[in-house]
Design a protein around this ligand. Sequence first.
Ligand SMILES: [Fe+2]
Length: 256
Amino acid sequence: MSVYRLLQFTDPHLFADRAGEMRGVRTLDTLMATISTAQQQHFPADAVLVSGDIAQDESRGAYRLFRECFASLGLPVFCLPGNHDAPAYMQELLTEDPFYYCGSITLGDWLIPMLNTNNPGDAGGMLEKDELDGLSRLLAASRDKNVLICMHHHPISSGSRWLDTVPLRNAAELWAIVEQYSNVRCMLWGHVHQAYESRQNGMLLLATPSTCRQFLPEVHYFALDEDSPPAYRWLDLHPDGTIVSAIKWCGTKETS
Ligand SMILES: [Fe+2]
């Protein structure tokens, strides 16, 4: 019976230009720093999850740069789109081994649906009917699996008024499906550029900070969190359905 280790990197916001900056940091540099820390501290791992906002400028070049960053790790890299992404470019450039776009992952007793919440023209998210129907069918056929659902947008209130104007807009439809299955152990997302952890009816709810800049939690209006560095999350999936997970702040503190 194996324990599977996942590494989640989210919201790298890369540009085609290697020197591209978002809010004062070179996003390629901060992503590379998080990958390097993960290689030193949380390898070996079984897979990488990337939960959206890979590109900031919706360019093919940003996705090519992303491939460069992850291609040599020797791990499968499972990707889904965020609101800043160009899903058509992701399907063009991130569908050859070791890169995978959406769909679902099976690791032993674990099933990981990678949901597409991209809603063109909207910073908020939406699960289209096909996506919801596909998830329903998958869960109905997978009652013997432990399930971890990964997506970009937050399916619960973030606690910040401004972020809650751009959530997963039809989260209620997702919850109506998920609540039928006690084997859904966790929902995991990005988008909010901050750490979050809670439990709801035994289900673990996790948000992960960005590999670049973080947002200040629990504020009404947008503000950067100047004290929190780039980060990633590691997760150990146990065969009994337990998840052990923590955020690794790059070069500093670790929180569970
Ligand atoms: Fe983002």
